[in-house]
Design a protein around this ligand. Sequence first.
Ligand code: ADP
Ligand code: TRP
Length: 329
Amino acid sequence: MKKKTILSGIQPSGKLHIGNYFGAMKQHIEMQEKGDAFYFLANYHSLTSITDGDRINENTMDVVLDYLALGLDPEKCTFFAQSDVPQTTELAWILGTLTPVSLMEKGVAYKDKVANGLSPNIGLFTYPILQAADILIYHSDIVPVGEDQKQNIEICRDLAGKLNRAYGDDLLKIPEEHIVKSVATVPGTDGRKMSKSYGNTINIFDEGKTLKKKVMSIETDSTPLEEPKNPETCNVFALIKLLADKPLREDIAEKYREGGYGYGHAKKQLLKLIDEYFEEARERRKMFAEDQSYINDVLQTGGSRARERAEEVMEPIRSATGLFRSFEY
Ligand code: ADP
Ligand code: TRP
């Protein structure tokens, strides 16, 4: 049986944090064993929020190093930069011509920005169209993403149907949704969703003093040390839960309930757990960071594999839409 095509992308728009890891990256890495996986750095998407070329490039390289250090294996999956597949923006344009403006106006991310008084650009307005092209250009079967991406996947399915109805039934494959449910939203140091837009992140590769300062700053209530505490409502415990094995988790929860265990103790425990959990990845990251030619090879190989697949999907669409082309890639 043919392996299913799995596809997901991550925006290189800042340092990746523990929420990104448990909410997305960990599942991506696990799923590379389960199908024909395509993972990419969504650098075109990052341009909707960052307009500094050096920063985009730096962030992209950072995310590549993060993924490789955390266990993504470029021999097992196709790992590449979105900008290495120009067919993506080509398809996005065609999809855009079939997209009602009213569909984009319902976009949650877009509406949020408007509600927050920002003046959004057209790139942000049509972000879901580019995301649909990312998915459809490889005939993806499964798209593992967090709950927050549900609307974009629905839009993608909708647009694939519209293109097939307009130009021919088998041109695009309608993907399945695959919402990653294994982890609840990871809280940041202030208790809100951990997010780079809130400045409340603990980054995966934070170390030493920086890491300690962030962990010690996690907000807790003011229950005195000696009194019993509820682990389930504590931000520190929510993070401990992700990192500790079951016996340790239960042991710490018990200490919370007994009293005599302060939030300072819990934070020290959390710090130790983060250090242990990411220790190997940190070492690997330092190794990869010194080998730029390996990184270039990985992206070149991934990009060329992705382009080849994208071209197979794009060529019949070009013909069906009557677009003239006098050269071949
Ligand atoms: P950010 O909010 O920091 O900008 P992104 O929106 O770029 O993060 O998210 C990238 C991926 O990480 C998405 O798949 C998203 O679902 C996941 N993710 C981000 N923050 C969290 C979190 N706090 N808890 C769980 N998953 C998260
Ligand atoms: N919008 C996604 C995010 O913010 C990133 C993304 C871009 C993506 N294109 C995609 C995810 C295609 C899955 C499939 O996390």
